[in-house]
Design a protein around this ligand. Structure first.
Ligand code: 5AD
Ligand code: SF4
Length: 459
């Protein structure tokens, strides 16, 4: 029996796709390799969002193909956004690559590609564009459809919206993930139910721009009413899942966009107990001039309004963000506006990215004129700010009792366990006898770090 290993880069959607590919391979009779070094098949699920992520994946693929000197039958495959971005050029960059398959086409094709790779074929390519041209588009060809059995982690993911129609000037996603396509709520419901049956208790609904769910080429099925009177598709979907799948005690959705923060969505977050007081809401910049050049569709005031609406409407909400430093033409004054907006928004956590020009995007036409050193400095300043802010915000949890979904022994110290709160804050605590992964426990918070709470289980 051949064994496989999947190596994942990039976003949660990739993490989910990797999980689904693994389940498909298991269902087809392949087994998980004890380690990547011992696998017969290694699949690299790649990300194109920044150049560094692509370099890492290419380096990895090159190393794997070179390892064939000692492991002659090794099958090396690529999936994810790079498969679409590079097309057949990838076989020039990585000679000996067995196959490359787009993220949407991968689900239906993976077992066949792996079998052909094991039979010695090389250079097989199936992009997502080919999938559409085949007329094979639709649920049945997606990684997310007819998900094979397997166990789910207590915190699991379900993709609800493929692609992205927004045209942020720096972003490669629309060109590698295709047009926006919302999944049918009944297919989503089935998948969430299946996840719950396999042990998932915390489910995050995924989409590159998740608040666009159901806004394009889509009609909500008439036989699915909204007793709470919602008219927008995302609140309706949240209500439907919360009502039909009570075993999913926590529901989240990501990533957000400030223009999607409608009064109705805020009401859904407040009134549906399963929907978590947590939102990842990328801001990207706090400067109106930069936001305009990024084509984000909002200005600083509009973004901060969305934050205010959320804080007023959803008690104890944690808001996290993404920010890019060193966008073309970003001045010191622009950067300071980002700093002050982050402080005003009082983010619980922030991911800071150094701008990376992506081929074919509008902003890549402009000179990448903020020096690397300066990007690094801005990155470090924002991270230091965030550390101080995270500490301040987390200190406010000391003395409170929080509900934690136990995830298992902590990575840093196996004698202690970690889990997450509704706000998605990591909590580290001493396990109590009989505690199992996937249990909800009440923890009294005793101390805090910028990104972690520490406490004791309350019986
Ligand atoms: N350079 C740097 N960061 C980027 N992101 C997207 N495109 C780029 C780019 N070209 C960041 C954004 C997005 C996150 C997933 O990656 O902040 O929210
Ligand atoms: Fe990229 Fe903008 Fe789409 Fe996010 S919303 S994936 S930043 S194009």
């Amino acid at each position: 029996m051949a064994t496989f290993s999947v190596h994942t880069y990039g976003c949660q959607m990739n993490v989910r796709d990797s999980e689904l590919l693994a389940r498909r391979l298991r269902a087809a009779g392949f087994a998980d390799a004890p380690s990547e070094d011992e696998a017969d098949v290694v699949i690299v699920n790649s990300c194109s969002v920044r150049e560094k992520a692509e370099e890492k994946a290419l380096g990895k693929l090159g190393m794997l193909c070179a390892a064939r000197r000692d492991r002659p039958g090794l099958v090396v495959g690529l999936t994810g956004c790079m498969a679409n971005r590079l097309g057949t050029d990838v076989f020039g960059l990585v000679p000996g690559l067995s196959f490359s398959v787009g993220p949407r086409a991968a689900g239906a094709a993976i077992t066949d590609l792996v079998a052909r790779g094991l039979a010695g074929e090389r250079g097989l390519f199936l992009g997502d564009a080919a999938r559409a041209a085949d007329g094979a588009a639709g649920e049945a060809n997606d990684a997310g459809a007819d998900v094979p059995a397997g166990t789910s982690a207590p915190a699991s993911f379900v993709t609800i919206l493929y692609g992205c129609n927004q045209r942020c000037s720096y972003c490669i996603v629309p060109s590698v993930r295709g047009r926006e396509e919302s999944r049918d709520p009944r297919a989503i419901l089935d998948e969430v139910r299946a996840e719950a049956a396999r042990g998932a208790k915390d489910v995050t609904l995924l989409g590159q721009s998740v608040m666009r769910y159901g806004r394009m080429g889509f009609a909500w099925p008439e036989d699915l009413p909204s007793p709470m009177g919602f008219t927008e598709p995302l609140p309706r979907l949240l209500e439907l899942i919360a009502r039909e799948v009570p075993a999913v005690r926590r529901l989240r959705f990501t990533s957000g966009h400030p223009l999607g923060v409608t009064p109705e969505l805020v009401r859904a977050m407040r009134e549906l107990p399963a929907v978590c007081a947590h939102l990842h809401l990328p801001m990207q910049s706090g400067s109106d001039r930069v936001l305009k050049e990024m084509r984000r569709g909002y200005d600083r005031a509009r973004y901060l309004d969305a934050v205010r609406l959320l804080r007023e409407g959803v008690p104890d909400i944690a808001i996290t963000t993404d920010v890019i430093v060193g966008f073309p033409g970003e001045t010191e004054a622009d950067f300071e506006l980002t700093r002050s907006a982050m402080e005003e928004a009082a983010f619980d956590n922030a991911f800071v990215f150094k701008y990376s020009p992506r081929p074919g995007t509008p902003s890549a036409e402009r000179p990448d004129d903020v020096a690397d050193d300066e990007k690094r400095r801005r990155d470090q300043v924002l991270l230091a700010d965030q550390d101080a802010r995270g500490q301040r915000l987390n200190d406010r949890w000391i003395g409170r009792t929080v509900e934690v979904l136990a995830d298992g022994p902590s990575l840093r110290n196996a004698a202690r366990w970690s889990g997450r709160t509704e706000q998605n804050k990591i909590v580290v605590f001493e396990p109590v006898p009989g505690l199992a992964r996937g249990d909800f426990v009440r923890v009294r918070v005793e101390s805090a770090h910028p990104q972690t709470l520490f406490g004791a289980v309350i019986r």
